[in-house]
Design a protein around this ligand. Structure first.
Ligand SMILES: [Zn+2]
Length: 426
């Protein structure tokens, strides 16, 4: 079984002793721990009453919310739970779940603010897990929100055991663990400032998108153009040109809901003959169930890590080939057509770049002995001019202008010569 924890992120309740002990266990130096504990414990708070700050409240627990250090200290605290579970597994009190035959046992996954704990679905193991959680709650000052904690059971767990465990945890049971691969994930975006964990998770999204297609139910969730829903073995997308006015038109428009069959005359009118025939062959259930995303890499339509790995390997091999075939054409410098277009070449050693720099009034010239690369130049100017903002700004703007000029030219625009470029930058 798996347990998805909902732990309150109560910064104000972090127990200082616990934090210090965890740092000690993680082998932080005594002096360092002293610094951190000083930062944490010398905080005072005032409260605004009618707009006037009052009081000098001295806390005895908690890390200051809004302080940039706090999230990291909070993570250290959460590490305590992870270590507690690890040691319970090591001593045999808890038992993880085997991922695949001969594979390692998995006991926990902590990512993006979610904590998943895996454990054998037996009453004794559950009591041991409860005990570990209780120790963590008492020591850290954090609290498990039992109402928001979810339990997942494998299909072979007897119902009475599921019920008993549910009672003991006071948690809800989620039956569809498939939900984790649902629409929400597939359509989620990376956001403006993604965490490392979220970026890692999202890097799997492309792979998942590549391996799924729609199975038509009532057609209401599927876009005719753009979505993958054809039972063809290549792209699963329509190649027929779009004739409907709206990009948003759904597959449900093609289904006669009264007779639960395809509208043959519309298909013939809209699509290329072979695609129309293919659509006519899609079985439509008379119950018109909801559309479903299926995993095309497995014959049963169910996602598995093994098949996803196979797909990832195939994509990687394909990507390698396309890069190597493009390389000869794509990587040569547009200006001199002689050298590979590296950052250094483009911004500094290319004859075109040298011309631009010679027009700039910066006290560095391409013949400058110590300047071999653009980064030497940047470093030299930053250090020599002691970070004179004007000079650094001019340098960076000139470099950007070279890059911009290259892009404009590449896309068919008017190229500026060195003199023009420098005047433009100024
Ligand atoms: Zn060049």
């Amino acid at each position: 079984m798996a347990l998805k924890l909902d732990i309150s992120k109560a910064y104000n309740r972090v127990e200082w002793v616990c934090l210090d002990k965890i740092m000690e266990k993680l082998r932080f130096g005594v002096k360092w721990r002293g610094f951190i504990m000083q930062c944490v414990s010398t905080v005072t708070y005032s409260i605004k009453i009618n707009g006037i700050p009052r009081g000098n409240i001295i806390p005895s627990t908690g890390v200051c919310q809004g302080d940039h250090l706090s999230p990291y200290l909070f993570l250290l605290c959460a590490e305590g739970l992870s270590l507690l579970i690890k040691s319970s597994v090591a001593s045999g009190v808890l038992e993880g779940v085997v991922v695949c035959r001969n594979g390692p046992k998995l006991s926990q996954l902590f990512f993006a603010g979610n904590s998943l704990i895996f454990c054998k679905a037996s009453l004794t193991k559950c009591d041991a897990l409860q005990q570990a959680l209780k120790v963590y709650e008492q020591a850290s000052g954090q609290q498990l929100n039992r109402a928001k904690t979810s339990l997942f059971f494998s299909r072979n767990t007897p119902l009475e055991i599921q019920e008993e465990i549910k009672q003991r945890f006071g948690a809800q049971v989620i039956k569809q663990h498939e939900k984790y691969l649902g629409c929400d994930f597939v359509e989620a975006s990376l956001g403006n400032n993604p965490s490392f964990s979220w970026r890692s998770i999202m890097s799997a999204q492309k792979l998942v998108r590549g391996g799924i297609r729609w199975r038509v139910g009532n057609g209401k969730d599927i876009h005719i153009w753009g979505d993958k829903w054809l039972p063809s073995l290549t792209t699963f997308r329509l190649a027929s040109p779009r004739q409907f006015p709206h990009q948003d038109t759904r597959v449900s428009e093609l289904i006669d809901h009264a007779t639960t069959s395809c509208k043959f005359n519309i298909l013939d009118a809209l699509f290329l003959p072979h695609e129309a025939e293919m659509i006519k062959g899609i079985p439509i259930s008379s119950r018109l169930p909801a559309d479903k995303l299926i995993w095309v890499e497995a014959s049963n339509g169910k996602f598995s890590v093994k098949s996803a790995y196979g797909l990832a390997m195939r994509l990687a091999a394909g990507a390698d080939q396309s890069i190597s075939s493009d390389r000869s054409q794509d990587q040569i410098c547009d200006e001199c057509r002689e050298n590979d277009e590296t950052t250094d070449h483009l911004l500094w050693s290319c004859p075109k770049a040298k011309e631009v720099w010679s027009f700039s009034k910066l006290a560095v010239s391409p013949s400058h002995a110590r300047v071999n690369t653009f980064f030497d130049l940047l470093w030299g100017v930053t250090m020599k001019e002691r970070g004179d903002e004007d000079v650094v700004a001019k340098l960076v703007c000139t470099a950007w202008a070279i890059w911009h000029n290259r892009n404009v030219t590449r896309h068919g625009g008017q190229q500026r010569n060195g003199n023009e470029l420098i005047r433009w930058v100024a």
